[in-house]
Design a protein around this ligand. Structure first.
Ligand code: ZN
Length: 322
């Protein structure tokens, strides 16, 4: 017997669960969906501008839509649509129940069968195509779930969009210290990215150097603004002076960064949007409180954190719960 072969009873339970998951293969994930808008020139133009794609095929009287826009025509927007099936929710619920409570989109694949042109109205349905056996990844272990959406115009298949997620149980946090995979080559820790300092925000960074957090104030209408900008959003005046923040603030909102990890940062950590007593808001880090104890409304106080030999940053310290 090898050490990697688990007991028979355990195998059976895992096999049974996988069979239960794979029974969803072939069931609908979305039915009788309809594109919110017909294929149209305005969305094509915005897409091409955002992508920097100047291909002449996408403009003019014979324009087609960029094939990679396929999914855009099916998107639900903020108001959602009613095409999503109960089977997909049921499958995700089963995985939740088995501890696979986290989700990450991993990849998509598309096939293009017929060009889409302005005026086409798309319909779509989606099927749960595949649920993988349990896989272990750096994020944790779980199952890949692939759905395939068929997109049609007038009943004719125009393209397919396969979308894959990993539903997983998060791995235990890394132990402190160097990662075990590469103990022998621990390069010097990369430095945080440098802020871009230019003539529009030089005054802010001068303030940071002197341990003062400066907020711009419009010299015409007295509206405060942050971050620093050349002009006033309220009255368009280019004249300004500054007020120094008193340093009191509260957490207005926050996210906890787990992934992806950047070399100069140690996830997980909280990135907060704090509201200063003066009323403007600022994105910053919270010190003095563990990342999972940061809460909306937490009172915090300005301090200056030296992150390396030539960089200090304004951050906000919370009071740890006694
Ligand atoms: Zn103004």
């Amino acid at each position: 017997m090898t050490a990697t072969a688990p007991g028979g009873a355990e195998d059976t339970a895992a096999d049974r669960f996988l069979a239960q998951l794979q029974a969803f293969e072939g069931r609908p994930a979305a039915t009788t969906g309809q594109g919110k808008d017909p294929v149209n020139e305005a969305m094509i133009r915005h897409w091409c501008e955002a992508m920097g794609d100047a291909n002449p095929a996408y403009t003019g009287p014979d324009a087609i839509a960029p094939p990679t826009m396929l999914q855009a025509w099916t998107m639900a927007g903020l108001s959602g649509h009613s095409a999503r099936s109960g089977a997909y929710d049921e499958l995700l619920g089963l995985l939740d129940g088995a501890g696979c409570t986290s989700v990450v989109a991993t990849d998509c694949e598309q096939e293009y069968l017929r060009p889409l042109r302005p005026g086409d109205t798309v319909t779509f349905d989606a099927v749960i195509e595949c649920v993988s056996p349990r896989k272990t990844t750096r994020l944790g272990s779980g199952h890949f779930v692939t759905t395939r959406m068929d997109i049609r115009v007038g009943g004719e298949l125009a393209g397919t969009h396969r979308f894959r997620i990993l539903k997983y149980a998060p791995a235990a946090p890394r132990p402190a210290g160097p990662p075990p995979a590469a103990p022998s080559r621990r390069p010097e820790r990369p430095r945080r990215p440098r802020p871009v300092v230019n003539r529009d925000n030089q005054g802010f960074w001068d303030g940071v150097r002197d341990h003062r957090l400066l907020i711009q104030r419009c010299a015409s209408c007295a509206t405060l603004r942050f971050p620093w900008l050349p002009g006033c959003n309220a009255c368009a005046s280019l004249d300004w002076d500054t007020v120094e923040a008193c340093g009191e603030a509260t957490v207005f909102s926050y996210v906890v960064m787990h992934h992806p990890s950047f070399p100069a940062f140690d996830p997980p950590y909280a990135v907060a949007l704090v509201e200063l007593a003066e009323g403007v808001r600022m994105i910053t880090n919270i010190t003095g409180v563990p990342y999972d104890a940061v809460r909306i409304g937490t009172p915090v106080r300005l301090e200056f954190l030296r992150v390396d030999e030539d960089q200090e940053l304004p951050v906000f310290r919370g009071e740890a719960e006694g």
